[in-house]
Design a protein around this ligand. Structure first.
Ligand SMILES: [Zn+2]
Length: 337
């Protein structure tokens, strides 16, 4: 056999393929299906017919999902056209995008033109996560190879990702975790029994998940519980103590007060209405004393009390915030009864 010039090699390979019985193949086989990458880049693999005449099959449709899960290759459909030609020989190949190495190559044999075909992948064919190209090769009885049309090149990209893990079998939800009791401070029930006062003296609610202790707030978490209420609602001290700090923070707490108690808690009350702070640093206060009125100063979009409870000192290095909601609920029940 006369040596073919290199740039005609792809066409030659296709021609040889048609003569062979359709077998599955060829990933990695010597002289395999893939044209040299230079040929790909130049487009000769699909675009240049073996003969000078412009006759040859055209892929009028190639339907490949953009993404698929690893495992069985996805459903691929295609349709070929060639005027005046009833059947063409077709091969579909999935190649790694980076290496152009064919991983699955399926001969469809002689198929009818102007019909939508579904590629039937060989049993056991599987794709691992990665980027692939799905390509179609075809030729007719006269050796006319695939022409690349403007709207369908016969090549499509496919991204294969890890399959989504199967959901865990549904387990019965665990009972709502009781907040671990804090050593050295009263429990919610104990503090309620000791006469703690709900700090919002008016209609209120606890909002949604975003208002909870621990809710994400950008780079940090919400260190308190929000109590939504009307602007101007009195904010009261839950327990007797001493005001340890009052201040204004434009980008955060707005007007706020911090109270230190004798039982191990420090409280913080934030977003008070401007001009409503009724207490000063160092001032001793009784349970139920009004501290300020509810507002939305600082970083707040609606009137509410942002309420923090700390054990070991507010913002102290040895201190830490705890979830105020069990306490607030216990005090709220007490006030409602
Ligand atoms: Zn808050």
């Amino acid at each position: 056999m006369r040596l073919a010039p290199l740039r005609a090699l792809p066409a030659l390979i296709v021609a040889l393929l048609c003569a062979s019985t359709p077998t599955l193949a060829l990933a990695g086989s010597p002289g395999g299906l893939q044209a040299p990458s230079a040929a790909r880049a130049g487009g000769s693999e699909y675009g240049v017919p073996a003969r000078v005449s412009a006759h040859g099959p055209v892929v009028s449709r190639l339907s490949v999902p953009r993404t698929a899960s690893a495992g069985r290759p996805p459903r691929v459909t295609l349709r070929l056209e060639e005027p005046g030609v009833g059947t063409v020989a077709v091969r579909v190949t999935i190649a790694e995008e980076s290496t152009q190495k064919a991983v699955i190559s399926v001969p469809l044999g002689w198929v009818h033109t102007r019909r939508t075909l579904t590629v039937s992948w060989p049993s056991g064919a599987a794709l691992t996560p990665g980027s692939y190209q799905v390509s179609v090769r075809a030729h007719d009885h006269h050796g006319g190879t695939l022409l690349r049309s403007a709207h369908s090149s016969g090549v499509a990209s496919l991204t294969v990702s890890q399959p989504v893990a199967a959901p865990e079998p549904a387990a019965p939800p665990p009972p709502a975790p009781a907040s671990p009791p804090e050593a050295g401070v009263p429990s919610p029930a104990q503090s309620a029994a000791a006469g703690a006062v709900f700090p919002v003296s008016g209609a209120h609610n606890f909002g949604g998940p975003e208002n909870r202790f621990g809710a994400p707030r950008g780079a940090h978490t919400h260190q308190g519980q929000d109590v939504l209420t009307a602007e101007g609602t009195p904010i009261l001290a839950p327990m007797a103590g001493t005001i340890s700090w009052t201040s204004y923070q434009a980008g955060g707490a707005g007007y706020y007060a911090v109270e230190h108690t004798g039982v191990g808690f420090d409280f913080m009350f934030a977003h008070c209405q401007a001009g409503s702070l009724a207490v000063g640093n160092g001032q001793a206060i009784a349970a139920g004393a009004q501290l300020c009125s509810a507002g939305q100063t600082g970083d707040a979009t609606t009137p509410h009390l942002h309420f923090e409870m700390w054990v070991g000192g507010w913002q102290a290095s040895a201190g830490h915030p705890i979830d105020p909601l069990p306490y607030l609920e216990a005090w709220d029940r007490l006030g409602a009864s």
